[in-house]
Ligand binder design. Structure first.
Ligand SMILES: [Zn+2]
Length: 307
């Protein structure tokens, strides 16, 4: 039975957060104490971190700390949609989906970046960002749920943390130092590039396939039609032809080719028929949410917005 369709939906594992004040409070309580004062010789420390990251698996605590640190920076640097109803909707929808797949009880955070470009990205530890431009291009709850399910999978499958480890190479120490110690506080360039997928490597095709497969399972469990995933891929590929710049950021970090549409459709076709019966393709509450988003004032100039 569909569960993720109303903003009153309760999270299967915990009570869904409500409204911006609760979110703000939760975020504030999550912010790790500034490590800057402890981290003398930041570059050396960054190098040490880079070596230790490369040498061993990142613990969940470390993963969450990284997510918290990046999220705090993003909070400062990227324009986020603050409208309480919109924030509440994306949070409840995202939590409903994450609760269907997360077996590590992460604390999830879903935000909309107020930027017209089509983009979505996931930070290690459970921070998911979707650009306003993507939601405005999507036309149904199944599309947005598909994106969220895919990004959630990058976290649950630890692709995001692996991406951080692989992609930074020589830069990881610098970027961690930058984030953790405010050494680079004056310039958000690294972070902006990171958000756009420019500093972090793109996910591998294998990661993308895995995230698609997990995304399909997750949205089905939440009672939503998984065909939203290949449908949104079609929208993205069409958009790439029409306005390449608008979708570059997403495609830089999430390589997407025609065959992924067919692969995902085939995967859906393999699901038991009874699982696919009666799934929700759209909902009035989603349309009200999208309409409200579209009606907001235009996004601020996008030098810091997901590009
Ligand atoms: Zn992806």
């Amino acid at each position: 039975m569909p569960t993720a369709l109303k903003t009153t939906t309760r999270h299967p594992k915990r009570v869904a957060p409500v409204g911006a004040p609760a979110l703000a409070q939760r975020l504030a309580s999550k912010l790790v104490p500034r490590l800057a004062s402890k981290l003398l010789g930041g570059l050396a420390l960054g190098l040490t971190l880079a070596i230790s990251l490369a040498a061993c698996a990142v613990s969940q605590q470390r993963e969450v700390e990284m997510g918290v640190s990046y999220a705090a920076k993003i909070e400062q640097e990227l324009p986020l949609v603050r409208d309480p109803e919109i924030v509440r909707y994306i949070t409840v929808l995202g939590d409903s989906l994450a609760g269907m797949t997360d077996d590590r009880s992460l604390s999830w955070h879903f935000s909309i970046v107020d930027a017209p470009e089509i983009n979505a990205f996931a930070l290690p530890g459970g921070y998911i960002y979707v650009n306003r431009g993507l939601i405005e291009k999507a036309t149904s709850i199944a599309h947005v749920a598909g994106v969220l399910g895919h990004e959630i999978a990058h976290v649950t499958q630890r692709h995001s943390i692996q991406q951080m480890r692989k992609a930074q190479g020589a830069n990881i120490g610098m970027t961690l130092t930058c984030i953790l110690t405010d050494v680079c506080a004056s310039g958000a360039g690294d972070l902006i590039q990171f958000a756009a997928g420019g500093v972090f490597a793109k996910f591998s095709r294998n990661d993308e396939s895995e995230a698609d497969a997990e995304g399909v399972k997750t949205v089905i469990r939440a009672g939503i039609d998984p065909s939203g995933i290949p449908q949104l891929f079609r929208i993205l590929l069409d958009e790439r032809k029409a306005r390449p710049a608008g979708v570059d950021a997403f495609l830089l970090s999430h390589p997407l080719e025609e065959d992924r549409i067919a692969t995902t459709q085939a995967l859906i076709a393999q699901q038991p028929k009874e699982l696919l019966r009666g799934l929700t393709q759209d909902s009035p509450s989603f349309q009200a949410f999208r309409k409200r988003l579209i009606a907001l004032p235009p996004s601020p100039p996008s030098k810091k917005a997901g590009r």
